[in-house]
Design a protein around this ligand. Sequence first.
Ligand code: SAH
Length: 350
Amino acid sequence: METEKKKDIKSFTLEELKKEMESMEEKSFRAKQVYEWMHKKQAVSYEEMTNISAVLADKCRERYVYTALTLVRVQESKVDGTKKYLFELSDGNMVESVWMRYKHGNSVCISSQVGCRMGCKFCASTLDGLERNLLVSEMLDQIYAIIRHTGERVSNVVVMGSGEPMDNYDNLLKFITLLTDENGLNISQRNITVSTCGIVPKIRQLADCRLQITLAISLHAATNEKRRQLMPIADRYSLDELMEACAYYFEQTGRRITFEYSLVRDVNDTDEDAGQLTTLLGRLNCHVNLIPVNPIKERNYVQSERRAVEAFKNKLEKNGINVTIRREMGRDIDGACGQLRRRYMERRMI
Ligand code: SAH
């Protein structure tokens, strides 16, 4: 007999959990207690929930899945204290997350999928395609596990690890709802960044939600031709369509867009490229993050020279564009997306 798939208790909103409690003939205030254990106190099992009866815990066990990650490895950067985590999910898949300490607080970078199907040429996460979407709880669990491990608060969350968040859109939105809930971690929308390779209809849909989160667009090239060489998504949506969607996002939310631009030597880092980028961005209210590409062994992309990076930055600045060179956090610990997971899986297969 096939058993019905259990629901995931950590993916419920408080309201949904109240309804679940009612359907189990439990008082609805129990929902808030269980919810706070899961989302405020990051409990990894019902055993920790001291004010919950054994009977209720048993009922929950029977009806729901309670996801928890197993910590497989932590690598700590000697340069800047950045920590890179490798977690195992309940089905044996692996995800990576990164913890970074900044002056303004601690930031966690999470993965939204196992693998990715976007196929960006320089990225390690996509080499084996998409394995599966992460559940809402599995996105939250990355942050919760890191809070438990570091014993420190997290104030910023970036969805910029492995996977394309807009390809897991419904779970992403619910994740943001739970993350910003005052009965949970209560992280401000303004402290959340979602990075996308540019799935235009989803950008528009997100704009209509009028959230105050920051949208980051992985641009990496200023002409369609060049972008197509680096990112297959550019075959689906032209730069015109992408830029119009970005303008719409700003119109709807008032939030300045961030553009990520990874500099690859002799590919997209010339004076001409900087000029084309200036033209493309025009008067859009935005911020550009320049990131020297993080070389992966499967591809032969090389980092731009320091001089080229500086020149690129200067040219944008002269044209009135806000630009920063992103500090490369954790360079010494497989900082680039998907590298740690790949390396681990490769070793495991030997
Ligand atoms: N899929 C989303 C989020 C994950 S990738 C997106 O495309 O935005 C997070 C960022 O890291 C993206 O800007 C991506 O283009 C960039 N990136 C991936 N691999 C990289 C590498 N080897 N070097 C530099 N940046 C990389």
